[in-house]
Write a protein that binds this ligand. Structure first.
Ligand SMILES: NC(=O)c1ccc[n+]([C@@H]2O[C@H](COP(=O)([O-])OP(=O)(O)OC[C@H]3O[C@@H](n4cnc5c(N)ncnc54)[C@H](O)[C@@H]3O)[C@@H](O)[C@H]2O)c1
Length: 314
């Protein structure tokens, strides 16, 4: 019987992946952890407070629950990381190093750790960025993620740790508010639209970024973690793509459902981060290795977001 430790469980992605894992493995088999009190969704199974910058505390929980698999999602996202470089290193890179040591020492079956399209910098091919394009990030978050990817590849090669990773694009979902990333605008915009309010965007109108609807992100994660180890040729982190759009294009998609919706633009420091990232990325290797294929385009995502987001304000 597998026992899963999940870190960063109260986050935007955590609540969504945990729901799926609890359906698959049974609620008691997924130990949700975070430094924040979990809201409704996480109360249907075990929860423990865990600070992932404390290696001894992680080791104790792994032992207590006989953990066999870890999903390590606790992190400081891109915009927040720029404002706290020390914490970003401890959280985004340091805690991964602890988890990899723990996986090696306890012979865990598998580890999942997310990277990001932020590993690419301005010198990457920004249209259809290939898996092995230049990775010279100019943000602290990108530097943390790139370092983490190299730790993963090293621990896989040298110690045989079966760690798997995805370079998520910006993620869009309705169950929680996002945690301080550069692509957060693409969630906030739906909340304003459903309340009938105008939206002021912190990115430029034509700032194109790779994005993904949450259902697709959950599917990609679960599919990768259940793929046969021998089919995986990338042990840093896989490019995964779904949709790519500008603020102007998401606003136009919303207007198909809410015709009077208005957007204005007031770019701030996050525009500089966005400008350093690709427009869209190439995920051929993920498609070939483990059959990755997204289900949502922009309008399908908009329709689903607007249909479901009202529950957030009930
Ligand atoms: N959301 C995105 O658009 C996106 C894009 C690319 C990659 N990712 C990656 O996916 C992962 C999850 O992202 P998310 O959007 O759910 O982030 P989030 O900010 O919503 O959630 C992160 C969680 O980590 C928790 N946390 C913070 N410090 C902690 C600590 N010291 N110990 C334990 N928990 C702590 C927070 O309380 C929070 O619940 C992260 O690794 C992130 O870098 C996210």
């Amino acid at each position: 019987m597998d026992k899963i430790l999940f870190t960063g469980a109260a986050g935007q992605l955590g609540v969504e992946i945990i729901s799926k894992l609890r359906q698959m493995y049974g609620p008691e088999s997924v130990i949700a952890t975070d430094i924040r009190e979990p809201k409704g969704l996480l109360k249907d199974g075990p929860f423990e407070f865990l600070d992932v910058t404390d290696e001894a505390a992680i080791r104790a929980i792994v032992k207590k629950h006989n953990i066999t698999i870890i999903y390590h999602l606790a992190a400081l996202l891109s915009a927040k990381a720029e404002q706290n470089i020390d914490l970003a290193r401890r959280l985004n890179t340091g805690s991964l190093h602890y988890i990899l040591n723990i996986a090696r020492d306890n012979k865990l079956k598998r580890v999942f750790w997310p990277s990001s399209i932020a590993v690419f910098g301005p010198d990457a091919d920004s249209n259809g960025t290939p898996q092995n394009s230049q990775c010279n990030p100019t943000t602290i978050y990108g530097i943390n993620k790139l370092t983490g990817e190299q730790y993963c590849a090293y621990y896989n090669r040298v110690f045989g740790v079966d760690v798997r990773s995805l370079r998520y694009p910006g993620l869009i979902g309705y169950k929680t508010m996002p945690g301080g990333g550069t692509t957060d605008y693409a969630v906030d915009i739906y909340h304003k639209a459903i309340k009938g309010e105008p939206f002021e965007c912190f990115l430029d109108r034509d700032s194109r970024l790779p994005m993904m609807y949450m259902d697709d992100a959950v599917k990609a994660t679960i599919d990768l973690m259940h793929a046969e180890s021998k089919t995986l040729t990338v042990r840093t982190s896989y490019n995964v793509a779904a949709i790519s759009f500008t603020p102007e294009e998401i606003a136009a998609s919303i207007r198909k459902f809410i015709p009077g919706f208005k957007i204005t633009y007031k770019p701030d420091y996050r525009q500089q981060i966005a400008a350093s990232w690709p427009n869209y990325i190439d995920d051929t290797i993920a498609r070939n290795d483990w059959g990755w294929k997204p289900s949502y385009d922009l309008d399908k995502m908009t329709e689903d977001m607007l249909k479901n987001i009202s529950q957030f304000w009930d």
